[in-house]
Every structure is written in structure tokens, then in C-alpha cells.
Design a protein. Structure first.
Length: 224
């Protein structure tokens, strides 16, 4: 699990206003601008307000995700920000990879944005490209797989990967995603990280919860 702390604040408070001010009519930015409904792109302030509203309501829609990918690209290209990971992520993924565990990523963020995040991971020496460590098996988002709260999306993913659902473990911080994966026949764990939405007593009683990746025991050759 990755926790990109404050990334939405960075995108909304810094990256988006800067891009809107400097690139509103630029050839590079206009395809992303023009993908939004016409009534929300009458001005930079109108677009900013619409993006803030969609983000606040956690709306998953392609044109917003594509814009976020562009903003991430601009920020990483300029060195304005990089990706912080929880301390256990890199060591545990290295161990699993060494043991032959297959890894794939499924996120509501676009595949393009996912790959940018993992190519610019914070380290003690600056930033490192962790893309090959994070996955060599597949990148999935709501465009190529479907909504994360629908069981059919997980069925589609394991079919594309050629994996068996019962041998696939899905890690998430969202109970609805957990339920969808289990409905599709996958194993699932709810990873309870600082800053995540609180898990209710009823939810905690029916889902399997871990706090770190080191709490997870996997069989060699398993999928995650």
C-alpha cells in the first residue's frame, strides 16, 4: 500500500493553479482542458472550482484522472514533488519479489499517474525509480479494468493476468473495494494506515485487517 500524503492538496493548491495560470491556452494543456464539460471550462477559476468539487466528492471520472496525471507529470518533471512511501513498503516488496510473488497494481488513479508516482519515490539520497520493483505484471485503473467497487472489475483483472482468483490477494484501504474483490472470489486484506477512513466496529468484525505489509504471510509464487 502506498500513502501519498497530501497529494490532493498539492495538486489542488499548487499544481493546478500554476498550470491554469501559465498553460491555459498552451497546446500541451488544451486537450486536458477541453475534455471537461463546456460549462466548467469558461475560465481558469471555473475549472478550478469544478475540479475541487469533484475531488471533494471523490468522483471517479476519466477527464479528472487524466488531468491529475498531467499535473503529476508537470510536478515531477520540475522536481516540485516526489512520492513518499510508508517505511515498510519497499523492503517488503523486495522480499516478495525475491520469493517469486507476482505483483500488480489496481488504482483509481490512471495508469500514467501510477507509473509517475513509482518513478519518483522519495529516498535518503533524493528520488529513486521504483517502477520495476512495484510491478512487472500489470497496471490497472478504472479505464482498463472498471470501478474498484464492482466485482466484475476484479474478475476482469485476474483474467487479463491469467491468474486464479482464489490465489490472488487484493490489498486495499476501502471496505467497499474489499467486498467487491471477495465477491469476485479473491482473497482480500484491509490495510489500516494512519490517515485512512475509520473502520466501523461492524466492518472490523467481518474483514481481515492488517497494519503493515510485514504482517502479511504469503506463499512463494502467490499473487498480490
Amino acid at each position: 500500500m502506498v500513502k501519498v500524503e497530501g497529494v490532493q492538496n498539492v495538486l489542488l493548491d499548487i499544481a493546478l493553479p500554476n498550470v491554469l495560470a501559465a498553460q491555459w491556452d498552451s497546446p500541451a494543456f488544451t486537450p486536458y482542458r477541453d475534455a471537461f464539460p463546456e460549462e466548467h471550462r469558461t475560465s481558469p477559476s471555473a475549472l478550478q472550482a469544478h475540479v475541487e468539487d469533484l475531488t471533494k466528492r471523490d468522483v471517479k471520472i476519466a477527464y479528472l484522472k487524466n488531468l491529475q496525471g498531467y499535473l503529476w507529470h508537470e510536478g515531477y518533471r520540475s522536481g516540485a514533488y516526489s512520492t513518499p512511501l510508508f517505511h515498510d513498503v519497499v523492503p517488503q516488496l523486495k522480499q516478495w519479489k525475491g520469493e517469486g510473488v507476482k505483483l500488480a497494481i489496481y488504482s483509481s488513479g490512471s495508469v500514467f499517474a501510477q507509473q509517475l508516482l513509482f518513478q519518483h519515490v522519495q529516498s535518503t539520497t533524493g528520488t529513486e525509480n521504483m517502477r520495476d520493483l512495484m510491478t512487472s505484471d500489470g497496471w490497472f485503473d478504472t479505464i482498463n479494468a472498471g470501478l474498484k467497487t464492482e466485482a466484475i472489475s476484479y474478475t476482469k483483472i485476474v483474467a487479463m493476468l491469467g491468474w486464479q482468483a482464489a490465489q490472488t490477494l487484493f490489498l486495499t484501504d476501502n471496505v467497499k473495494e474489499y467486498d467487491a474483490a471477495v465477491e469476485a472470489g479473491l482473497q482480500a486484506l484491509l490495510v489500516d494506515r494512519p490517515g485512512n477512513a475509520a473502520v466501523s466496529e461492524a466492518e472490523g468484525a467481518r474483514v481481515v485487517v492488517v497494519e503493515t505489509l510485514s504482517d502479511i504471510a504469503l506463499e512463494p509464487g502467490a499473487k498480490k
